[in-house]
Design a protein around this ligand. Sequence first.
Ligand SMILES: CC(C)C[C@H](NC(=O)[C@@H](N)CC(C)C)C(=O)O
Length: 729
Amino acid sequence: MADKEDPKKGKRSKGTSKEVCGYPLSIFFIVVNEFCERFSYYGMRAVLVLYFKYFLRWDDDLATSIYHTFVALCYLTPILGAIVADSWLGKFKTIIYLSIVYAIGQVAMAVSAIHDITDTDRDGTPDNMTFHVVLSMVGLLLIALGTGGIKPCVAAFGGDQFGDHQEKQRRTFFSVFYLCINGGSLLSTIITPILRAQNCGIYSKQKCYSLAFGVPAALMMVALVVFILGSGMYYKAKPQGNIMLDVCKCIGFAIKNRYRHRGNQYPKRKHWMDWAEEKYEKLLIAQIKMVLKVLFLYIPLPMFWTLFDQKGSRWTLQATTMNGDFGLLVIQPDQMQTVNPILILTLVPVMDSLIYPLIKKCGLNFTPLKRMTVGMILAALAFVCAAVVQLQIDKTLPVFPSASQVQLKLLNMGNKTVTVQLQDNEPAILAPAQVSDEYFVFDTDQITVLATAGSTTVHRGISFTKGKRQKLLLPLDLNKEWVQIDDLNSKPEEGNNAIRFVNGKNAEVNVSSAVANFGIIQPFHYSNYSLIKNGKVTFNLQSGSESCEYSRDFGFGSSFTFLIPNNLTFGQNCQEEITSAEDIKPNSVHMALQIPQYFFITAGEVMFSVTGLEFSYSQAPSNMKAVLQAGWLFTVAIGNFIVLIVAELAKLPKQWAEYVLFASLLVAVCIIFSIMAYFYTYIDPAEIEAQFKKVDDDDEDDKSKQQKAEIEMVKRDSVSSSEDDEKSK
Ligand SMILES: CC(C)C[C@H](NC(=O)[C@@H](N)CC(C)C)C(=O)O
């Protein structure tokens, strides 16, 4: 479909799309497509690590590295999609073909998660894991190719739908486009984990990963259908040959030609790309200059994404050491990430309709590059907030033993009071079934213990392992074996609570609950730790025919050792009789304290990312719109790699210091960027291209006039010579 001139306005209107309130109707299909596609992508991503861990049974390290490799790949493939679109197929066809690849990938993921396919013995676990691993890896590769490939094309294709006179509408389109990204991702990150938690299966019921991947697959098909439905209304810019090859050749020639003419005798040219003038069209050279100018400006930008992408890693880890109890709502650490899209949905309209117009009214020219600079500063501020929160958390964290220390708690399993003297410490007096409140700290691994219960006194030298927290279980009869057990040496992961039972009774006790089973605990022995989520848990204790219940409310990140006392009576409930030792206190710093850092990073994202998206489109030459979008997304990929490098190189012992380091790096980069931005002159690519086309047309006109004149002359000459011939005859 070709451009159409609107003779009345003298401006270009595009496509055959009707306009609604000044906007081409075709963009409706594009934003709905983006909504569904982002639902599909983020929905699948939300359960991916859990699928690796619990379905494919990979360990944490493998699951995390494959996950990050996949995410990085999704931001590297845009360059492929952009080259195909701008040089070969055009954006429309590229989006269609790659969306099909993408949907096939999603279906492959959904199929790979059906355990019944290879569950020949019908025990609920897949029997041919290779099948599931291979299929899911193929699926992920196709998804990375699809999602990355179409990403720069969809944004640029949306921008293409607007005429040159619709700059304001195009800016609003990019804001709405961003809203759709976040609306889709927010919904899917809430829905797919719920789908995963369902049980499904033919032979045996298991967690329903196939449904959690199947719904995103269906949404990707919807995205494709919606996009095709708009087909008749789109403006489809034609690809202009292998533009990337031409660009590379032209740059190569300019460099070679400049090198060949490096002596003083050769006059200087305004720009090094002008050295390609001997061989290449001025229009192409001008377009390359535009792209290079923007790409140069992109160099410092990955640092923003380095900070931005730590929401999903460092900040989520930080949340695991915090208290997520919001009264009516209990927020899990990874759910805090949804604050970002929620804030986007509110901040984008507020910025567009309130803040930016207000700034304009104050007479300030808040240019795109200024907005991006402010966005960076806000992101740095977010990390300062994260550091302050971290300092608060650090104050509440337990002090674990250093490599040369031993920490020790005493637990009296007997029914007499015991007096214990550890080395030269004050004697500790423990009532029956009592645990010492605090850990005793020693700088030696050999400790002498003097324990007295009634008339029995026992003196022992005991070896401990340095760097560990341990419990010494004092038996009913002090002359019997004293059991040493290891306590946790770090906070339980993901905000879980680590719980275990010690059985002080002379009989076996079976401890169970709805969320964890501790099994049968032998007399004077202990269970393993079980990880349980926050909330109220009722434990059922059973010994022979007797049983009782014990309930407890858990917060986040605590560790408890419960002692079943020797004289437990097994009444209706054992609430008063069970002794608890709080080995690690629950998280006390509230997760709400993370909201300021989320607010600043999201406000920064709106100023940086939404503006950058539109800036990349508006400053790109017409034949390289998708390529520049891909360049923009490439900064995201580089940003992700920087996280790994800086965290690895810096290896700071304190997390707050790492946050301050990242904030300082971004401020430094921001200063460089603002200097670069100061020297950047905004251009209107369409205007520049039009000028060159006009020059070419004028040249063409001159050439054809000259040719016509020459032909006329030849004609006249031949006529006059034939007349002369006639005459001479
Ligand atoms: C360029 C991308 C990083 C931008 C965009 N991401 C977002 O809008 C995030 N606020 C989404 C959130 C769920 C992480 C995207 O296209 O995904």
